[in-house]
Design a protein around this ligand. Structure first.
Ligand code: GLA
Length: 389
């Protein structure tokens, strides 16, 4: 893969000079969904699939981007003097937003660069290809321009800042954090209230993580996502009239049950319920995993899906079909939607000997119900964004 991207770079932009190679993973969240902008916990991990980038500094102020995933769009050309969102700049608004975010925070690139990318994260699958690209760009900028004093967590925050302010998606910190801080075979138990975190080894005793991509075209994801976020904020504001809390993640289930009537709008009350219960589920799930109780972990994953379906309402027919079919299969320890929802993918923990049947059976049910096929990936947990050559 790396070699192929290098060849594309050389063909497009020439083989001379200091050409460097980078990799940035995708991520999957095991549990803790829509909690990261509510001061709650998440439990994601980085994957071994991701985005490769080959880059070289220029002497002028031009920036040229090309992605083999969007080869039909060709080379996009911009410059350090045009760090502005343009609809027609399409996917390049993600890396450009990061260059802009660096500049906003005082890390000013003094020359442009050429960059070729190629990713093996399925497009629009909900495995966070955008955050992968953001962190790739962050690592490239630090490495090529020698910016000092930026930790990987700072790069995650810069990526989120770019996504929020440049691309208008009010995402939390989970994706960028997982991608920046990923570690082979470990998931990250992150408290988004203060960014404290710990790594937890994923030992699954003969089971594997299987991702099913719904292949549903994800329209309106960003606007619906921002709407959910606003509903949680409304619920929090109502609760704060009665209780001194900073975020919904501060509440236990019992506290929420006591105070829930303070939330006037019943829709916002349901959203808040999910945020509170999902946070507690995540804490319990990690404790179960640490105790070697994978079965409880799986049950909590299932409960997470039910809550995302009924209270948070971000699943939809495609994700529900995949998960409900998965629950019926032999050897499935747990299954749920993962990521923002409204499309995207599901994550299941499946015993190795059952994986082939799982893919066959769930695939058939999905195609019959939905009318087109899902794609399945057995994934491995890998390291965070880095230079590779
Ligand atoms: C998207 C966002 C994350 C997080 C998830 C839902 O992936 O980018 O910040 O909110 O949705 O858990």
């Amino acid at each position: 893969m790396q070699q192929k991207v290098l060849e594309i770079f050389q063909e497009l932009f020439g083989a001379e000079g200091d050409i460097r190679s980078y990799f940035s993973p995708g991520r999957v969240n095991l549990i803790g969904e829509h909690t990261d902008y509510n001061g709650g916990h998440v439990f994601p991990c980085a994957l071994t699939i991701g985005t490769y980038g080959i880059a070289r500094k220029r002497e002028d102020r031009k920036i040229r981007f090309y992605s083999e995933n969007f080869s039909r769009m060709g080379v996009f050309e911009t410059s350090l003097d045009d760090l502005v969102y343009h609809e027609e700049a399409n996917w390049t608004n993600y890396p450009k937003g990061v260059v802009w975010a660096f500049k906003e925070k005082g890390y000013v690139a003094d020359t442009g660069f050429d960059l070729v990318m190629y990713g093996n994260i399925p497009n629009g699958s909900g495995l966070s290809s955008s955050a992968s690209v953001e962190l790739l760009m962050g690592v490239i900028l630090v490495d090529m321009f020698g910016f000092e004093g930026l930790s990987m967590i700072d790069l995650a925050l810069l990526g989120q800042y770019a996504e929020n302010k440049f691309n208008g998606m009010n995402c939390g910190i989970m994706d960028q954090f997982a991608i920046a801080m990923g570690k082979e075979n470990q998931a990250i138990f992150l408290d988004t209230a203060d960014l404290s975190y710990e790594y937890a080894p994923i030992e699954m005793k003969g089971a594997k993580i299987v991702i099913a991509a719904s292949n549903k075209k994800r329209k309106l994801t960003d606007s619906k996502y921002n709407e959910r976020r606003a509903e949680c904020e409304e619920a929090l504001a109502d609760i704060q009239k009665q209780m001194d809390i900073k975020a919904l993640g501060d509440l236990t289930e019992e506290q929420f049950e006591e105070v829930k009537d303070a939330v006037k709008n019943p829709v916002c009350r349901k959203r808040a319920k999910h945020a509170v219960y999902e946070n507690q589920r995540t804490i319990k799930a990690v404790a179960a995993l640490k105790a070697g109780d994978l079965e409880t972990f799986g049950k909590l994953m299932n409960a997470s899906h039910v809550s995302l379906r009924d209270d948070y309402e971000v699943t939809g027919k495609e994700l529900d079909t995949l998960v409900e079919a998965a629950w019926k299969q032999e050897g499935v320890i747990g299954s749920r939607m993962t990521g923002a929802g409204f499309g995207g993918c599901t994550v299941s923990i499946v015993k190795e000997e059952a994986i082939d049947d799982f893919i066959k059976n769930v695939g058939e049910i999905y195609e019959k119900e939905i009318g087109y096929a899902a794609d399945f990936y057995v994934v491995e947990i890998g390291d965070g964004s880095r230079r590779i050559g």
